[in-house]
Structure formats: C-alpha cells, structure tokens
Design a protein around this ligand. Structure first.
Ligand SMILES: [Zn+2]
Length: 307
C-alpha cells in the first residue's frame, strides 16, 4: 500500500499519539510529522469538498468579520515584498488561496494575482470577488500552465500536505529569477506550548491530524527551505497566542474563548498601528522569532542560485 510504503521511509522518536496517528521527529525529513502519512487521494477528497464545510464552517464569515485586521497583516507582507522587488515586479501566485482576500488586497495594490485553491466553495467565493483562481492542487501537471511569478505565497499550506519538499521543488519552477517565496506555517512544539504542557498539564492541543500532517518550528522550516535551495531573506512570528493561556484565559477546546482572545490580539495589533507603533511591533515580533516563539513562522526566501 502507498501509505505503508511511505511510512517505511520515515522514522524517528515518537513524540505523541493522537487519532490513530503517531507524531514522529522524522530523521529523514528533519521536521515532525504524523505517520502514517495520509495519501494524496485521501487529502484531495477532504479539501475539495469537506474542509470549509465541516472542518472550518465559520471560516468565511469570521474572515470577513476580521477583514480590517487581515488587511493590516496582508499590507505588512505586501510592504515587505514591494521593498525587496523592482517596481515592475508585481506578479503573485497564492497557492491555497482560500477565500481570496490576500489576492484581493494585492490586486487593489496593483499586483497581478493568480490563486490556486482545492476547495470548490472557497474557489467559487474568490471568483465572486472578481479574482482569477484555478480550482485544484498545484502539481507537476498544472505547473506548466501557470507561468512564472515574482512572488509565490504559501499561507498555512506546508503543514497540510504529504510532501512539502516536492511542493517547494515545484515552487522553484514557478518563481522568476530573483522572485520571492513567502511561507507561513504554525510554529508547533514551540517553547511556550512545551512549557505549558509540562508544567500546567495541558495536552498537546496543537495537534490536528489528519489536517495537520507536518509540525514545523522556526528552525525546521528554515532548514527545509535551505535544503530546497533557498536563502532566507527575513523571518518573523505572528503573535504568541499562548500568552493568553498564561494570563488564565484557557481557549483550548473553547471556541468562544478562542474568538475572544483572537479579538483582543487583533485589537492590540490594530491599535499599535493606529498609535504609530507599527515598526516597533514588527521589531518585537522579529524578536519573538529569535526566541522561537510566536504562533506562526513567517519566512521570506529567495533561490540561492539567484545572483
Ligand atoms: Zn519523514
């Protein structure tokens, strides 16, 4: 069987067991992931039809409610990309573009945008926004029809797929010379999560197989990117949401508390911008990254072969 054959290539210390999956510190991959690894066919079914309906039924509504804040997050990313690219280099491919709002923001800023999204519902939503979005998965078959781009954006994609290295290899074909890859993944088994687990009896709440197959942190993501031929241009973190657990606001398994702490974090970031402290915030979040904390890793990279 495909899954058992794949499993043979992966071995390492078993860290956790959840929903019939083991999480291993894989020696050959260099990052943590579940075994057995779900097959591409199993995942395609999940993401085409089920993901936004069953797993994330409120995602589209909540994204809209949070849109002011998302646009702040997006603008920070576009500002950085624009600072690193010549003025005419404004083409972007968003792989796993979801409801399309990152693309929409880019389009409003003058970027030429294209999305690829497996969820029928999310792709249809994006087209309703007037965006160019292909429905499907990026693979070797699709790649030739897409062209090349100044930026490839992978927001919360690499943790979901069976073979991140092979997607990154495809990305190298999609980037123009000097183009930039922006990757965002959850920062899992991070120091705050591990400390909360050890000292305050939290179960490993960040584990979510089969949707999350891979569990990266700053170091293992950067190593993966370097192994695929990328140089790291810059990296940062998103807000260390675990700080709310230390404040006594236990959002684990409590979605209304989860929304509440998210709202507070959102307000803080919007207000920091409003009071003129956006740069201070960025430097602080880069310092979080240096400490290995922050809920997500945000990394910008360029192919090392580019001169
Ligand atoms: Zn592995």
């Amino acid at each position: 069987m495909e899954s058992s054959r794949q499993w043979q290539q992966h071995s390492g210390l078993v860290l956790d067991r959840v929903n019939e999956f083991d999480v291993i510190e894989c020696l050959s991959c260099g990052y943590k992931h579940v075994v057995p690894i779900p097959t591409q066919e199993e995942l395609e079914q999940v993401y085409r039809e089920d993901y936004y309906s069953h797993e994330k039924p409120l995602y589209l509504d909540e994204h809209l409610e949070d849109l002011d804040w998302w646009n702040l997050v997006y603008d920070e990313r576009y500002d950085y990309l624009e600072s690193q690219l010549p003025g005419e280099s404004r083409s972007l491919l968003d792989i796993g573009s979801g409801p399309g709002y990152f693309l929409l923001r880019g389009k409003a800023r003058g970027w030429n945008t294209l999305g690829v999204e497996p969820s029928t519902r999310a792709a249809a939503h994006s087209r309703d926004l007037g965006l160019d979005v292909r429905e499907g998965f990026v693979d070797e078959a699709l790649v030739k029809s897409l062209g090349t781009f100044d930026v490839v954006y992978l927001h919360e994609v690499l943790e979901h797929i069976p073979n991140p290295a092979s997607l990154l290899s495809i990305v190298t074909q999609l980037l123009k010379p000097g183009g930039i890859l922006c990757v965002i993944v959850p920062n899992d088994y991070n120091p705050l999560q591990k400390a909360l687990r050890t000292t305050m009896n939290f179960e490993p709440w960040w584990l979510a197989p089969p949707h999350h197959i891979n569990y990266f942190d700053h170091e293992s993501l950067l190593t993966l990117l370097k192994n695929q031929g990328f140089d790291i241009l810059s990296r940062s973190s998103t807000f260390p949401i675990e700080l709310f657990l230390l404040m006594g606001m236990n959002y684990v398994g409590d979605s209304s508390m989860g929304r509440m702490v998210h709202r507070q974090r959102k307000n803080m970031e919007l207000n920091l911008t409003k009071i003129g402290c956006a740069e201070w915030k960025q430097r602080t979040y880069q310092a979080f990254a240096q400490q290995g904390i922050g809920r997500e890793v945000v990394a910008y990279a360029r192919l090392a072969s580019f001169e």
